[in-house]
Design a protein around this ligand. Sequence first.
Ligand code: ATP
Ligand code: MG
Length: 440
Amino acid sequence: MSIGGRHCLSKIFQPITIISKKSNLTRQDVTSKSQRLMLDLGFIQQASPGCFHFLPLGLKSLNKLIKIVDDEMFKICGQKVLFPGLTNDKLWKNSGRLNEPVAELFQVKDRHHQNYILSPTHEEAATDLLSSVSPISYKYFPLRLYQISSKFRDEMKPRFGLMRGREFVMKDMYTFDVDVESAKKTYEEVCESYNRVFDRIGIEYVKVLGSSGTMGGTMSHEYQFKASIGEDRILCCRNCNYSANIELCGEHNCPNCGEGSNINLQTGIEVGHTFFLGDKYSKPLGAVCSSTNCKSEVLQMGSYGLGLSRILAAAVEVLSSETEMKWPDALAPYNVIILPPKKGSKEEPQTKNVAETLYTKLEEVIPSLRGNVLLDDRTSLTIGRRFLDAKRTGYHHIVIINKKTTETPSFYELNDTAMNRQLILSEEELIDYIKQNTVF
Ligand code: ATP
Ligand code: MG
């Protein structure tokens, strides 16, 4: 990927295809715009239905999202851990979640005939960890543990690419508090930190009342991106600002204020879900703390999921056109791409090292751009062809080195694909423009 410490497009493994010939994927399997764009532009590759390879550009975006999440978790004292992917099914029996058959569960047996679950979520695993060291002194709480890992769900209809996978990346957090009051405070704090994560991603979202479903507990909220492809329906009351997943209420009247006409119904993609669990898991699995008077108290829990791989696809889905991928700055694999002239062109000899020097300068003057500038060094291709590729891949700032760069004074052509405008700028103006117009 890197030549002389620079990110160079010629070295990136990005199999661009119109139709994936090698995979067993047929066009009928492509059910959403984001899935098609991410496959065709070499961000992901399907391994089997609902399972995807993250290729370098896709993984770079995922890592940016992970960094935002890690930053925000640090602010609320979230501690990062990693639970095993396999959970002993005894724990699920003890929590009561296996009382009914769960169609989505992937289950495996070891050589000793012990059943394991390929974890779709980790409430039991997290609670069992606390239980194994219980009773824990009240001084350790609130305790906020989170992980970022693959989750497994044998979805009836894996579709829309990363949006509904059978193996997908989730950030899940489990919180433990000594009493209901402090657990509610934790719930509010985590929700606020999720608001900040979504503010930083920069896609419009709504937080709505959600159903607790099979997870249990007494209160839950969902974070939704508004999108026509979304599988959830959301009711928003313009009269009292109440909003909820339609699963929880009728679609004609606001359950909060009774309003019947000022109701807005939308479809959304669920990108996050928070649950106030109380003692639903801690009681049966025995996760307790010792209180000030040395009495054992059952811990109060919360569970908080962010569908990281789904968020990437949903962001692309919301922003892109049918033919061009678009990213929010915060998640784009690169924010700037530089196109030097074609090999053998008139400009080539006069612009030697101009692209490399500009690359270095951009990174020096704008430290947040470090690792986020890409050099399209495929100079056997025309500028026009490389420009179309860059536009289709959604790079926000495309800098072209051309005839104007060889003149005195010298200028660069900057294409701002988010604003859909082309500017001719001096080096100083160019750096300033990129600095002002990139959200980090
Ligand atoms: P859905 O209703 O879409 O099936 P869920 O309510 O079952 O999702 P949760 O158990 O709340 O999902 O999981 C937390 C988050 O993980 C969800 O908000 C979503 O963003 C993400 N997620 C859930 N299932 C999938 C999946 N099959 N593929 C990708 N992401 C998923
Ligand atoms: Mg959910």
